[in-house]
Design a protein around this ligand. Structure first.
Ligand SMILES: Nc1ncnc2c1ncn2[C@@H]1O[C@H](COP(=O)(O)OP(=O)(O)O)[C@@H](O)[C@H]1O
Ligand SMILES: O=C(O)C1=C[C@@H](OP(=O)(O)O)[C@@H](O)[C@H](O)C1
Length: 171
């Protein structure tokens, strides 16, 4: 099976939907942020604070190379900026999880653990800047995507089932 690469804005549900899809398929799942945290033995927030964004993007590059050469049959959830990696197409089928900015933020704020969810994402600290980032990135996400799933007002389970169906059809 070809890998599936989930892309999309911070908090749109990449990790949650990948974990859900695992229940209905034989894919394995991994998350690029989790790999980076494990490589560095510290949280993403700490990496940004201590070494800056550029350093973080270099770690993403290293992960992207490894995914291309060594990972198969896997549903890969990525960080919101991972789409910048130039070998994405070589890693697998690219699936965009799409939703309007306000809907993503609303859901993050409604979560019982909202403060922690927002805090762990350094690029969401300033919502004005985050909206600008969203507007810059969305056209690029759309351009890259082989498959698009609108996740607005759908449960993670619904999104996961739609994802697997569309991937099967896409081949
Ligand atoms: N379809 C969904 N329905 C309800 N809550 C969701 C859904 N997708 C994500 N969430 C919630 O939104 C938050 C961010 O999701 P997450 O999977 O961590 O996003 P990402 O990996 O894209 O940053 C989590 O608290 C998660 O529980
Ligand atoms: O959009 C981005 O540039 C980032 C998104 C984050 O991942 P999530 O999309 O899982 O929040 C994480 O990789 C880092 O904070 C940078």
């Amino acid at each position: 099976m070809k890998n599936i690469v989930l892309i999309g804005f911070m908090g749109v549900g990449k990790g949650s939907i990948a974990r859900e899809a695992l229940k209905y398929s034989s894919y394995m799942t991994i998350d690029t942020d989790d790999i980076i945290e494990s490589m560095e033995n510290r949280k993403i927030k700490k990496i940004f604070e201590e070494n800056g964004e550029e350093y973080f993007r270099k770690l993403e590059k290293r992960v992207a190379k490894w995914l291309e050469t060594s990972v198969h049959d896997t549903l890969i959830s990525t960080g919101g900026g991972f789409y910048k990696q130039t070998n994405l197409q070589k890693i697998g089928t690219i699936v965009l999880l799409d939703s309007p900015f306000d809907a993503i933020i609303k859901r993050l704020k409604e979560h019982p653990n909202a403060k922690r969810k927002l805090k762990k994402r350094p690029l969401l600290a300033d919502l004005k800047k985050a909206k600008k980032l969203y507007d810059e990135r969305r056209p690029q996400y759309l351009k890259l995507a082989d498959i698009i799933i609108d996740v607005t007002e759908k449960s993670a389970q619904e999104c996961a089932k739609e994802l697997l169906k569309k991937v099967k059809k896409h081949g």
